[in-house]
Design a protein around this ligand. Structure first.
Ligand SMILES: O=C(O)CCC(=O)C(=O)O
Length: 294
C-alpha cells in the first residue's frame, strides 16, 4: 500500500465505491483507429452509477485542493483554460481507487499494445463557465520519458456538449512526433493551428459526451479545446499512463525538469521510470466481467 501524501483529505462521504476492476473490451477496429489517428472516443467506460459515485469524491478533493483564486480577467491564457488540480490520488484514498483502477489501465495497455502500464499522474481539468480555450499543444513536450507509448484518458464527470470545451484533436498528428518547443500558450495556439492547416490534418471532436465516456489520446497527438460558453462547470478527470519499462530521459526544457522532480520523484535520467509515484497498474489477477461496448 502506497502512503498518502501530507495533504491527505479526510473523507466526508463514506458510501462504498464501485471497484472498477471489470474489463472494458476494446475492439481490434478501435485499437487500429487509435493507432491511425492518435485518439479514440469510447462510450460508457463507466456506467451512470459508477461515474456518479466517483464524481462526488473527485469534486470534493478537487475543490479542496484547488489553489486558483484569481478572477478570470486577472489570468493569462493558460490560467483561463481550466482549474488544474493534480495528483488527487496522492491526497485522497477514494480518488486513488479511481486513478489506479484496473479498467482504465487495461484500456490504456490495449490501445498502446503493451502488457502493462504505469501511472504518470492524474489531473482534474475543470473548465469554468466562461473559461477560455485550451491552446493547441502536445503533452509529451512536457514529459522526460524515452517512449512514445503514452496515453491520456480524458473523462467528463458530467454530460458535456460541444460548447462546454470539448477536447479536439488533429487526427494523425501523433506520427510527426515532436513538432516544436511550444508550451501551452497563445504562441502554441497560433503556430500549431498553422502547422495543422499546412499538414491537412483533419480536426475532429465529439458533439456530445456523456459522463463516463472517455477519450484517449497519445502523448504527441496535437489537441486543444474551445472555451466553455455554458453556465456549467466542465468537470473532467484525466489520467496519464506510460508503457511499463520506459526510462527517464535528460530533461530538455524546464517543464521536463519540473516533471522529473514532481511526477517521477526526482529519478535520475537513464533509470527505469518506476518511482513510488508510478505504480504498475496491471499486476493483480482480477476476475473479468466482460461488458459489451455500444
Ligand atoms: O481539458 C482540456 O481542455 C485540455 C486537456 C488536455 O490537454 C489533456 O488532457 O492533455
Amino acid at each position: 500500500m502506497l502512503p498518502l501524501s501530507k495533504h491527505f483529505i479526510m473523507p466526508t462521504i463514506s458510501q462504498p465505491l464501485p471497484a472498477l476492476d471489470a474489463s472494458y473490451p476494446v475492439l481490434e477496429t478501435q485499437q487500429n483507429d487509435y493507432r491511425d489517428k492518435g485518439h479514440l472516443l469510447l462510450r460508457n467506460v463507466l456506467s451512470t452509477e459508477e461515474v456518479q459515485a466517483y464524481r462526488e469524491v473527485i469534486n470534493q478533493a478537487a475543490y479542496q485542493l484547488n489553489t486558483e483564486k484569481r478572477k478570470m480577467e486577472e489570468r493569462d491564457t493558460y490560467g483561463k483554460a481550466f482549474l488544474q488540480i493534480m495528483n488527487l490520488w496522492e491526497a485522497d484514498e477514494r480518488v486513488r481507487k479511481f486513478v489506479l483502477a484496473r479498467r482504465f489501465a487495461k484500456i490504456a495497455a490495449d490501445l498502446m499494445g503493451v502488457a502493462n502500464v504505469r501511472l504518470y499522474h492524474d489531473q482534474a481539468l475543470y473548465k469554468e463557465p466562461g473559461g477560455g480555450f485550451t491552446p493547441w499543444h502536445q503533452d509529451q513536450y512536457y514529459w522526460p520519458l524515452d517512449t512514445t507509448q503514452t496515453v491520456t484518458m480524458w473523462m467528463p464527470l458530467v454530460d458535456i456538449t460541444v460548447d462546454m470545451g470539448m477536447l479536439t484533436f488533429a487526427s494523425g498528428s501523433q506520427e510527426a512526433g515532436f513538432v516544436g518547443n511550444l508550451a501551452i500558450s497563445d504562441e502554441s495556439e497560433q503556430a500549431l493551428a498553422d502547422y495543422i492547416k499546412s499538414r491537412n490534418y483533419p480536426v475532429t471532436r465529439a458533439t456530445t459526451m456523456q459522463a463516463g465516456d472517455a477519450t484517449f489520446h497519445a502523448g504527441w497527438t496535437l489537441h486543444a479545446a474551445p472555451g466553455n460558453q455554458s453556465e456549467q462547470m466542465r468537470e473532467v478527470m484525466t489520467i496519464i499512463y506510460f508503457a511499463d519499462g520506459a526510462k527517464v530521459t535528460e530533461p530538455v526544457n524546464r517543464h521536463q525538469e519540473a516533471d522529473r522532480n514532481r511526477w517521477l520523484d526526482g529519478l535520475t535520467p537513464g533509470s527505469l521510470a518506476a518511482s513510488r509515484l508510478n505504480p504498475r497498474l496491471l499486476q493483480n489477477t482480477i476476475t473479468i466481467h466482460a461488458k459489451t461496448p455500444e
